[in-house]
Design a binder for this molecule. Sequence first.
Ligand code: HDE
Length: 711
Amino acid sequence: MAKTTKSSSANGGTATIHDQKLERGEGGELHQTASGKGAVLTTAQGGPVSDDQNSLKVGPRGPTLIEDFHFREKIFHFDHERIPERVVHARGYAAHGYFENYKSLSKYTRADLFQRAGEKTPAFVRFSTVAGSKGSVDLARDVRGFAVKLYTQEGNWDIVGNNIPVFFIQDAIKFPDLIHAVKEEPDCAFPQAQSAHDNFWDFISLTPESMHMVMWVMSDRAIPRSFRFMEGFGVHTFRLVSAKGDSTFVKFHWKPKLGLQSVVWNEAVKINGADPDFHRRDLWTAIKAGDFPEWELQLQLFDQDFADAFDFDVLDPTKIIPEEVLPPIPVGRLVLDRMPDNFFAETEQVAFMTQNVPPGIDFSNDPLLQGRNFSYLDTQLKRLGSPNFTHIPINAPKCPFAHFQQDGHMAMRNPVGRANYQPNSFGEGPRELPQRGFTPFAEVEQGPKRRLRAESFADHYSQARQFFISQTTGEQTHIAAALAFELSKVQTPVIRERMVSHLLNIHEGLANQVAGKLGLQKMPKPAEAAVPTRQDLDPSPALSIVENGPDRFEGRKLGILVSDGSDAGLLDALKGALDKAGATYEIIAPKITGVEASDRSWVVADQMIDGGPSVLYDAVALLPAPASMDDLLQESSARDFVADAFAHCKFIGYVKSAVPLFEKAGVAATDFDEGCIAIENAKDAKSFVAGLSKLRVWEREPKVKMPSKPK
Ligand code: HDE
């Protein structure tokens, strides 16, 4: 039987509503502090609430009364909590920080943020995947968005880039087709966040201009270990414009201080199950621990003469300028040091727009960029629902601003005074200032209006080949394996064959490997190419992840498997060495409460074995005590822990008693290599950690991979 109980409210205290603590946010708005101790719960209209647990009823068993305005308001607001997710890049994670300028770039640009050495500009950076929806997994094979908002003193500048310096298409008009093709198929609504399906490869195999990008997306660049260990690129050619009005072409590169690192595909698949939030958790944990990720901004600067002499068109977004041909110049650093207070308010509502450029930065005629400049304003209106989206604090400039835009949904700031127009006779309101205002570079343009693609955009294979030959052998194997995996999910044989016919134009060895893995009976003919593939482009070592890894284990994580009786001295030595290296660790134990170490001290666990598979760590150490081995050998997750670490080419430190775990995991003593390191004393522990800087034992890979049989 129902009782007329009044459940107690969380806001017991005696404080009155006037005691509520309010803080001024960065945009000047007032927030109720979440921790507001003793704060009284109110309605959105500010009325104190007496009971938030029971709706207003006639008698204890109802009916419920529609006059219950508190209930109505609460449910109404809940029903409207969602806004449309981004049509692309829906899943993202962001952090605040700053950009610090190294030295004045006034020679090249009048952009205010580049004028003074040491100047710091507030920044907000959002990383994302492209294809999946907001709730999809972090380790999907995909491009990563790398969108940077810089709140400069002359307006917001958004560099809305990716972790890959080229794109699939050369003209923005093809973007809806590309995105329709990669997203889940419209009849069945799967697969989610995956390019491994017919529609995507059908479109790609009919779009030769995608081939360079396909090489990048099939490489490990598309499965980064962390946002912190990936590069960012502005992709398009932009312009810097000096105070004199001179223009210099520029390409923007963000270089992670901790070096590049990715995971392997089998690992990515398992991470998605073990921790679908792997990347966002990584960024959150690092920043909360004070390990602030950092990138250096490097610029490739060039003039029209260089552009005219370069092998490819600098306006073609499917091409790079190799860093060896035009070395990028370091100009500043980006540091992320604060997580948003609220995901929705900031990360979800942030509106990046390529057309947000301050005076001194300008566009090029790259047709993809031109189309983007049109698209991003539209999308903000759709998503945020009002032309006043710049009133949301995360989107508002942090410099003085004044204009006559007014009204509209949710207008927070209307012009004050009588005159809401200019010119006016009352001396009211702001006026334009030609000397300071944005003035586009005065490029002279001429030509017939036509729907054409430039001849200079016609070479679709040469840089794809250059990318492939710039990879280490292991990285090349990963590209072949990724192509075979993706195409194995394609059910229409002709699409698979069409893709192999493109690969033949890129690299015969690659085409053979993929055809072998797919079991093609007959090699197709090479695709018809508008321009033959150039064989004379030199490899560019800057394109390899392995060649650009770190020389230290800093920022990485060791998984330490312990049991009751684990050697406390060894554990301490390991922890000490990791601290010194700037690395972190997690303790994995049979039970989450922890274990009693050899010196009777209690070691608290971070993960139970089932919850902490080795895919979550960059390397592992096995420190079980002999007495616990019988139990551990019964645990399939303990066996997988070792089997996966070995298969993913990770360094494995181990005490003697752990050897049977290897055997159980199918790793015989004869398989041990330089990455399997016995730890018997503190000295061993230190040298084990020192050796981790190599990150992976790639030499092991041929032994743990199924060989392909090229025809
Ligand atoms: Fe975007 N893109 N894009 N894009 N893009 C969006 O804007 C678009 C392209 C990129 O973290 C949308 O706010 C067109 C290239 C990032 O909030 C939308 C074309 C590059 C983000 C849009 C491109 C990007 C977006 C969807 C073809 C790398 C996420 C939601 C010409 C240089 C920003 C939104 C964030 C988001 C349009 C191609 C990067 C629809 C039409 C090339 C990082 O406006």
